[in-house]
Design a binder for this molecule. Structure first.
Ligand code: SF4
Length: 122
């Protein structure tokens, strides 16, 4: 049996979780103070997910880079590919906050969106 020690990041309490596993099977989760922690521990132990934040280049923008983020979590093992895909993008200003920059990135079902307005250069 394998034991993994994790910190739950589902809320600011940061409970210390102990996840007991047999192969890919979760047998027991301890240390969580609520059910969200149990879901987090199960997901994190089997297939960890993360939000990703980065920037894309902007043509004729007030700033040269536009901050973007994934609207949901993507598999942790795909983060490098997601960042590489984001780096390929160049967008023309103006861009409105929350504009979808990449739809369904790498077939994850998650969109990459702008995290601020980007006006064109005056
Ligand atoms: S187990 Fe519950 S209370 Fe503890 S950090 Fe996770 S979400 Fe917060």
């Amino acid at each position: 049996m394998e034991e993994r020690n994790l910190i739950c990041t589902a809320c600011p309490m940061g409970c210390r979780l102990v996840v007991k596993m047999e192969g890919d099977q979760v047998l027991q989760i301890a240390g969580n103070r609520c059910r969200r922690g149990e879901s987090f521990g199960r997901q994190e132990a089997i297939a960890p997910q993360r939000m990703v934040a980065s920037t894309v280049r902007v043509l004729n923008g007030f700033h040269p880079l536009l901050p973007v983020y994934t609207k949901g979590t993507v598999p942790k093992k795909k983060i490098a590919e997601v960042l590489a895909e984001i780096r390929k993008v160049q967008i023309a200003a103006p861009v409105a906050n929350k504009t979808v920059i990449i739809k369904n990135i790498l077939g994850t079902g998650v969109d990459v969106v702008a995290s601020r307005d980007m006006p064109a250069k005056a």
